[in-house]
Write a protein of this length. Structure first.
Lengths: 361, 288
C-alpha cells in the first residue's frame, strides 16, 4: 500500500474536451449494433464482453479505488445467480423481482465478509475473502435440498417481461439480453464515475494510498471499506443474476468457484486498476482472446500457417485440447502485465503516449 | 471409541503430508514475504512427475522422490530467478497476482498435455492396510508419514546446523541485516524457493498413490497450505508442522462426525476463527 502515491494519477487533460462526444458516439453505435448485425454469435460475444465489463467495474470499486484486494467476489456473483435462479425455478418468481432479492442476499454476504475480513490487512485479507467464498461454494454443494447441489440449476422457462399487461419481450432472442447488458455496463460506469468524483471516492482512495494516514485524518476505515464492499457486491450480484438468466444454467464451480473470483480481479489488473476505463480495456483484451482459444480460431490459425498439419498427431491434439485451455491466456497475460506493465494495459499505453508527447515538446 | 481413534490416526497420518506442503509455503513466505499462490500447482506437477515415472519406467512412487526432489528444486529455483525475484519490491497484491498467474499457467499447461481426465496411480499396496490394536492403517499413508517425518527431521537439521540453513534463517529474520553480514540474499531466496517447491513436489509424490491426479487439484491444496501456515503462524516451520497435523485431524474428524461433504467447510471455518482471534497463528509472531 505504500508506494502507489505516484501512480494511478488520472491526468489526461488533452482528451477531456473530446470525451463526451466520443462517449456518445460509442454509445449510439452500441445501441444500434443489434439492428445492424443479426448474427447470434456476434451478439453473444458482445454480451460476454458486457458481462466481463460489469464484473470488472464492480470489483474496481472495492479493489481499485478502496484498495481492498478481494479474491472472493465469486461469493456475490454466486449469491445473485443462485437467488435469482432459485426464486425463478422453485417459486416461479420472475427474474426482474429476483434480481432485487439477489442484491439483498449479496449485501448480507458483504456485511458478513466485511465484519470478518476488514479487521485484516494485505495478504490476510486476501486469504479471508477466499475462505468466505469457498465456504459459500461448499455449502451450496452440500445443501442439496435447496440448491440441487453439484447438479446445478437449469432455467426451464423465463417468463416474458410485461409492463402494464403489455409484453415488452419474451427473451426468445439474444437482443433483449444485449440491451440489458448494455444498460448494466452504463450503470456500472456511471456508478464508478460518481464514486470517483465524490467525497466518498476520495475517502476510498485515501484508504488505498495509506490506511494509517487516512485513519489519523478522521476517516472511519471500517465504515468506508464496508460501503465500498457493499456497492461492489450489489453490482457484482447484478452481474451474477444476468449471467444466470442469460446462460440458463448454473452450478457451484461456475458461479461460486475460485476461478470466477480470480477472473474478476484479472479483468481489472490487465486493464489497469482504479481507473474508469481499466475494466473496459481489460475486457476488450481478455474476452476476444479467450473466445478465440475456446472456439479453436487459434488452432485453425496455426494450421493455416502450415507449421502443423491438422491431420497429424500434434494437430489433432491441438484441436481437441486448446479449447479447454483458454484459461492459459489469463495466466500468461497476468504474468506479462505484472512484470512489464504494473499499471495495466491502459497505464502502459498512457505512459507511452506521455513519453512521446514529452519528446515532441 | 475405536472410530474416534481410527479417524484421529488417519488424520495424523495425512496431516504429516499436509505439514510438508505447509512447511514449503512457510519457508517461501519467511524468506521472501511472498504468499505463493502457485504452491498447490507446484505440488500438482510433482504428482504428474511421479505418475509418469511410475507409468513409463515403473518406478515406485515412494522411491521416485529421489528423482522428484532435485527436479522440483531446480524448477522452484528457476521460478524464483526468472519471475519472483523481479517483484520482490512490488506491491504485495501484485506479488500474489503474479503467483496466481504462474499457477494458472502450470495447471492449464498440464491440462493441455494430459487433458483434464482423472489419473489413478495404483500400486500393489494402494488399498492394502495393516491392523494395529484393532485400528486399520492405510499402508501408503503409513509409508508416506514415515518419509515425511524423516524429511522434516532432515529439514530441522539443515536449518539449525548447516551454514546455508542458518543464512536462510538470518535472511528471513532481517533481509537487510543479513545482507550487511555478507549473506547473498538473492541466492538464499533462490534456495528457499527451490526448497519450498521441492517440499511441495515431494508431498505431491507421497499422496499420488492415494489421490486422484488431475490438473486442477492444485487450488484445493494451495488453500489448504494457507490454512495450515496461518494456523501455525506464518514463517514458523514448527507451526506449519503442527498446523498440518491439526488440519489433517480436523478434516478426518469432520468427515466422520459431520459428513465428508462438510469436512472442508470445517477447515475453512477453523481458518476464519484463527484469523479473527489469533491472527499471528499458534506459534507465530504477529506480522500484521
Amino acid at each position: 500500500m505504500k508506494d502507489t502515491s505516484a501512480k494511478n494519477v488520472h491526468g489526461k487533460a488533452g482528451f477531456k474536451s473530446a470525451e463526451p462526444i466520443v462517449t456518445l458516439l460509442v454509445l449510439a453505435g452500441l445501441a444500434l449494433f443489434p439492428t445492424l448485425v443479426s448474427s447470434p454469435y456476434s451478439l453473444h460475444l458482445m454480451i460476454l464482453l458486457f458481462l466481463s465489463i460489469i464484473m470488472g467495474q464492480s470489483w474496481n470499486i472495492v479493489g481499485g479505488y478502496a484498495g481492498q484486494y478481494s479474491v472472493g467476489h465469486a461469493a456475490y456473483f454466486g449469491a445473485g445467480a443462485y437467488t435469482t435462479m432459485l426464486l425463478m425455478q422453485q417459486w416461479k418468481i420472475a427474474p426482474w423481482y429476483g434480481v432485487w432479492a439477489g442484491m439483498a442476499v449479496a449485501v448480507v454476504v458483504a456485511l458478513v465478509v466485511g465484519s470478518i475480513c476488514f479487521r485484516l490487512r494485505g495478504p490476510y485479507f486476501v486469504l479471508a475473502s477466499i475462505a468466505v467464498a469457498e465456504i459459500l461454494r461448499l455449502s451450496t454443494m452440500n445443501l442439496k435440498d435447496l440448491t440441487n447441489g453439484a447438479e446445478g440449476i437449469l432455467a426451464t422457462e423465463i417468463p416474458p417481461l410485461t409492463i402494464a399487461g403489455k409484453v415488452i419481450t419474451d427473451f426468445s432472442t439474444k437482443v433483449p439480453f444485449y440491451y440489458i447488458g448494455l444498460g448494466l455496463v452504463v450503470l456500472t460506469i456511471v456508478v464508478t464515475f460518481l464514486v470517483q468524483h465524490s467525497k466518498l471516492g476520495y475517502y476510498f482512495q485515501a484508504i488505498r494510498e495509506d490506511q494509517d494516514a487516512a485513519h489519523s485524518l478522521g476517516i472511519n476505515l471500517t465504515f468506508h471499506k464496508n460501503i465500498a464492499l457493499i456497492v461492489s457486491a450489489l453490482l457484482t450480484s447484478l452481474a451474477g443474476s444476468f449471467y444466470a438468466i442469460y446462460i440458463g444454467f448454473i452450478d457451484p464451480p461456475t458461479v461460486l468457484g475460485l476461478d470466477i473470483s480470480v477472473q474478476i480481479v484479472l479483468i481489472c489488473i490487465i486493464g489497469g486498476i482504479g481507473t474508469i476505463y481499466g475494466p473496459v480495456v481489460g475486457s476488450l483484451v481478455l474476452v476476444p482472446l479467450s473466445e478465440a482459444l475456446r472456439s479453436n480460431i487459434i488452432a485453425e490459425a496455426i494450421f493455416a500457417t502450415g507449421a502443423v498439419s491438422p491431420t497429424s498427431g500434434v494437430g489433432v491434439f491441438l484441436k481437441e485440447n486448446l479449447a479447454h485451455a483458454h484459461a492459459l491466456i489469463y495466466g500468461v497475460l497476468v504474468v506479462v502485465v505484472i512484470l512489464f506493465m504494473p499499471d495495466g494495459v491502459l497505464g502502459f499505453v498512457r505512459k507511452l503516449t506521455t513519453k512521446r508527447k514529452g519528446e515532441r515538446s | 471409541m475405536i472410530v474416534f481413534f481410527q479417524s484421529l490416526l488417519s488424520g495424523v497420518l495425512i496431516g504429516g503430508v499436509y505439514a510438508l506442503i505447509g512447511i514449503g509455503l512457510t519457508i517461501i513466505f519467511g524468506v521472501m514475504r511472498i504468499i505463493n499462490f502457485a504452491h498447490g500447482d507446484i505440488m500438482m506437477i510433482g504428482m504428474y512427475l511421479t505418475y509418469n515415472l511410475f507409468a513409463m519406467a515403473g518406478i515406485d512412487p515412494f522411491l521416485s522422490i529421489a528423482i522428484t526432489i532435485p527436479i522440483m528444486f531446480v524448477f522452484g529455483a528457476l521460478l524464483q530467478k526468472l519471475f519472483i525475484n523481479r517483484v520482490l519490491n512490488a506491491l504485495p497484491q501484485n506479488q500474489i497476482l503474479l503467483t496466481i498467474g504462474l499457477g494458472l499457467i502450470m495447471s492449464n499447461t498440464m491440462m493441455l498435455i494430459y487433458t483434464s481426465d482423472y489419473k489413478i496411480l495404483s500400486t500393489s499396496y494402494s488399498s492394502s492396510s495393516v491392523k494395529l490394536f484393532g485400528i486399520s492403517i492405510s499402508e501408503p499413508l503409513a509409508i508416506s508419514f514415515v518419509i515425511t517425518a524423516a524429511i522434516t527431521a532432515l529439514l530441522y537439521w539443515f536449518f539449525l546446523k548447516t551454514d546455508t540453513g542458518q543464512a536462510i534463517r538470518a535472511t528471513a529474520q532481517d533481509r537487510e541485516a543479513a545482507q550487511l553480514m555478507g549473506i547473498n540474499v538473492k541466492r538464499m531466496s533462490i534456495i528457499a524457493f527451490g526448497l519450498g517447491a521441492a517440499l511441495a513436489g515431494t508431498a505431491g509424490a507421497l499422496i499420488s498413490p492415494t489421490y486422484y491426479i488431475f490438473p486442477q487439484i492444485g487450488s484445493i491444496f494451495t488453500l489448504k497450505a494457507f490454512v495450515i501456515t496461518v494456523l501455525g503462524g506464518m514463517g514458523s516451520i514448527l507451526g506449519a508442522t503442527l498446523g498440518g497435523v491439526i488440519i489433517g485431524v480436523a478434516e478426518s474428524m469432520g468427515a466422520v462426525y459431520i459428513s465428508s461433504g462438510w469436512k472442508d467447510v470445517v477447515v475453512f471455518v477453523l481458518f476464519l476463527l484463527v484469523l479473527l482471534f489469533k491472527p499471528a497463528g499458534l506459534l507465530g509472531k504477529s506480522r500484521m
